[in-house]
Ligand binder design. Structure first.
Ligand code: FES
Length: 181
């Protein structure tokens, strides 16, 4: 299934496997999360046609969509959980796994590949100490790969928190990582 695009709150390009969401790793407490989810749903007056917007706001706030949250959305909107999952797994803007505070995206598309993206990815992995589709234990970094970022002439290219970088040398890469708080 090709994943669709909706405009995320912050311009980022994502790709990921459709893994089952863990139910334990949380950014806030269960109660805090449920309250904030309910507030967002109330803002849309529990309008089921606003499902995507609601999920986008929750994603922006939590940086991912935990299973318990999707259950709350399903109940409050009176939309089958299967439908909520279908939307959450279809659009690239949503993540069903915890996301770090800083997103590193390396393009592995053909144009970038022939220009050396595998070596760039190796350097990013070594610097962040995580593999693609992983988030660091301290929730600081998430590393993802995509098949094209739409700027092939700059390849190999990567994006850090929405900013594009053309094949940054190791020193520049380390500086980018060091600038992340
Ligand atoms: S293939 Fe990398 S930007 Fe197009």
């Amino acid at each position: 299934m090709t994943r669709g695009n909706v405009k995320p709150a912050k311009s980022k390009v994502k790709t990921r496997g459709e893994k089952a969401p863990p139910s334990t790793t949380k950014i806030g407490t269960q109660e805090q999360e449920t309250n904030s989810v309910e507030k967002i749903i109330d803002k849309y007056q529990s309008d089921k046609s606003a499902l995507i917007q609601i999920l986008l706001e929750i994603q922006k706030e939590n940086r991912w969509l935990p299973r318990d949250t999707l259950t709350v959305v399903s109940k409050k909107l009176d939309v089958p959980l299967s439908q909520v999952y279908r939307v959450a797994t279809f659009y690239k803007a949503f993540s069903l796994i915890p996301q770090g505070r800083h997103l590193f995206t390396v393009c592995m598309g053909t144009a970038c590949h022939v220009r050396g993206s595998p070596r760039l990815l190796d350097r990013v992995e070594d610097t962040l100490k995580i593999k693609p589709e992983e988030t660091s234990k301290d929730q600081k970094f998430t590393l993802e790969t995509v098949n094209c970022l739409g700027c092939c002439a700059l390849g190999p290219v990567m994006v850090v928190d929405g900013e594009y970088h053309s094949n940054p040398p190791s020193k520049e890469l380390e500086a980018l990582v060091a600038a992340c708080d």
